[in-house]
Design a protein around this ligand. Sequence first.
Ligand code: FES
Length: 106
Amino acid sequence: MIKIHFVDHGGTERSVEVEDGISLMEAATQNLIPGIDGDCGGSCACATCHMHIDPEWLDRLPPIEDQENQMLDIVDLRDADSRLGCQVKVSPELDGIVVRTPIGQH
Ligand code: FES
């Protein structure tokens, strides 16, 4: 199991343990983490899984592909640490990752 620490916009931390290979979006929605919707089910078509990756972990993620980059462009609060959670699969290398979630996606 992989541990993920979700920190919401108010600073509340929720830690979850999930199976290797699911996405950060699935980890959030399966555990009812506030602020992550995942409306398109993970096909990189809605950008409602936007989240901010803690800088300590950002370099350990796979690079942003073109489609993810284009979808992130429609996110109001895109930042240098922004990723779409559906495009990041959890793995043992990401055990303990810290992710900040926005107040909402709309
Ligand atoms: S769930 Fe729709 S873009 Fe990630």
